[in-house]
Design a protein around this ligand. Structure first.
Ligand code: NAI
Ligand code: CS2
Length: 498
């Protein structure tokens, strides 16, 4: 939807995108680093192995990076992924499976929806059988703790008022499904690849709740006819730095669209694709009946550890995951957290050894080739804490155990949202609830007890059963006092073994 009061821009890129030469089988929403280094790599492997051309990707950014979209178009949508096992062992792949890149967000001239119509047209192609998403947790517009649609968010109300020119991911999914239904086409399968618990079910909830504003019968049809399988995705893909581009150029790959990640990759998907899917088992994708155990394991063990490092490390001025795990006390914290506060809450298939998994995560964090900035991981804490820490902590408390590592993590996160580290260096708090948190710090900054109570009362983040659990608030308060009065090393040394 282009603002019709504005003159049409002269840039040729504002013309409708040319129909791609390859066949589009998948539309992706969220053309970020992770999509390029994970899903696209699996699909490239699949294409090379099978020589099948049915699963080309049309990939769109709904906000943010228009420059990336235009650069990819200029490069014929080809780019490179560098996979680092360590600083010596690196594999560089050229990826050509993205057939088209689109942008539907707000551009530098303040115009919205440049390629929106093209995107909706692609989503209504008969050949498109799957729509995948990596729009970050906040891109679903769900309350992080309960997963209900944020109906009062201005972007959702805009999509309710003008549903045929949607701006949000749920709005685009609803409008595309409406068009397919009107055209007599079967719906696509929706596959969320974001780090959310029950990501398929949550996406379903967002889409159905939004569709219900349009028409209850439409919402019922989506509920009945559209599959929303869950998935667990894993590959550490940090945001690119100038140093990454220089390293790649030294390897002979000067590519402004390149991405760098670790060599490890995992993708576990619930096998529910009524309209068909790539036979990607042959490319390392694990198809299962129930993703939940894998997803919960990854969210609590890997992502939960990442968030501990992010808030504690950032408060002490540590820059990257690698720098953080170079400190023995932080590694000891992660071991204790993973083995005593996360692993006991998991119900895994009998062949899973969580001690081995924990050690493999520590080895991945120690990859000296990745500059994974703690500030990147610290972003959007309000959207991440429930699944990474809160649900597991509550389960441990209900089982009669203590959760000292999580309590320290929550204390660090509260302190982190003040926007200044323990040494007085200021940083930007990037979180949809940042303004709420700033107000809580202003209001209760003179009393740690009241500050902690006020944060735990934010029910979008903390389940009330956890917030009210006898002793939890006190444990967070004590950890906060120690951290701020005595520093990180003392706070780590004082963690009781549980
Ligand atoms: P990125 O910063 O490179 O890209 C973020 C993407 O999300 C962009 O396409 C952006 O346009 C989109 N986005 C952000 N807010 C949005 C909103 N409100 N509505 C619609 N789109 C929105 O980040 P990256 O690395 O691609 O990560 C994206 C997500 O992928 C993560 O939040 C996570 O859920 C998942 N993921 C990332 C991993 C990683 O290591 N980078 C690993 C596993 C999962
Ligand atoms: C990280 C994840 O940014 C974050 O919050 O914890 O993106 C992490 O790198 C991935 O989930 C690894 O698969």
């Amino acid at each position: 939807m282009v603002n019709e009061n504005e003159p049409a821009p002269a840039d040729a890129r504002y013309l409708p995108a040319a129909t791609p030469s390859g066949r589009i089988g998948i539309v992706h929403l969220g053309l970020g680093a992770f999509h390029r280094a994970h899903q696209a790599v699996y699909l490239e492997r699949h294409r090379q192995r099978t020589q099948e051309s049915d699963w080309g990707v049309c990939s769109a950014n709904l906000r943010g990076n228009v420059a990336l979209v235009d650069r990819l178009r200029d490069a014929g949508h080809r780019y490179h992924v560098a996979e680092y096992a360590d600083s010596v062992n690196v594999t560089v792949r050229e990826i050509g499976v993205i057939e088209e890149a689109l942008f539907t967000g707000c551009d530098s001239q303040g115009l919205w929806g440049r390629d929106l119509e093209t995107l909706l047209t692609r989503m209504t192609l008969e050949s498109v059988r799957i729509v995948t998403l990596t729009v970050t947790e906040k891109g679903y517009f769900l309350s992080p703790a309960e997963g209900s649609l944020l109906c009062d968010d201005p972007r959702i109300t805009a999509d309710i008022e003008a549903p045929t020119t949607p701006r949000t991911a749920p709005g685009i999914l609803v409008e595309a499904l409406v068009r397919r239904r009107a055209a007599g086409l079967p719906p696509f399968t929706v596959l969320s690849c974001d780090n959310m618990p029950d990501n398929g079910q949550r996406t379903r909830a967002a889409v159905i709740q939004l569709a219900a504003f349009r028409d209850a019968e439409l919402a019922d049809w989506i509920d009945r006819e559209v599959a929303f399988p869950c998935s667990m995705v894993d590959r550490i893909v940090p945001a690119m730095t100038a140093a990454d581009f220089e390293r790649l150029a030294a390897l002979g790959t000067a590519d402004a669209n390149a991405v760098v990640g670790e060599a490890f990759a995992q993708w576990v998907i619930e096998d529910d694709f009524p309209q068909g899917r790539p036979a990607w088992e042959g490319d390392g994708v694990e198809m299962v009946d129930d993703v939940a155990p894998f997803e919960t394991m990854k969210l609590r063990m890997l992502n939960g550890s990442h968030s501990l490092l992010a808030y504690l490390g950032a408060l002490d001025g540590i820059e990257t995951v690698f720098d953080a795990v170079s400190r023995e006390a932080l590694v000891a914290l992660l071991r204790q957290y993973m083995l005593e506060e996360a692993a006991p809450t998991l119900a895994m298939p009998s062949n899973t050894d969580l001690t081995v998994y924990a050690e493999s995560l520590l080895a991945r964090f120690a990859n000296d080739s990745l500059r994974h900035r703690l500030q990147q991981i610290a972003m959007d804490g309000s959207q991440k804490l429930p699944q990474r820490w809160c649900h597991g902590a509550l389960a441990r408390l209900e089982a009669g155990a203590d959760v000292p590592c999580t309590a320290l993590g929550v204390a660090a996160w509260i302190r982190y949202t003040a926007g200044q580290d323990l040494h007085g260096t200021a940083y930007h708090v990037d979180d949809p609830l940042a303004a709420t948190f700033a107000t809580l710090h202003e209001r209760h900054g003179d009393s740690v007890e009241r500050l902690v109570e006020a944060f735990l009362a934010v029910d979008a983040v903390f389940p009330s059963a956890l917030a009210r659990w006898p002793g939890f608030s006190q444990a967070v308060t004590t950890a906060y006092h120690t951290l701020t009065a005595a520093g990180l090393a003392t706070a780590l040394a004082r963690i009781p073994s549980s």
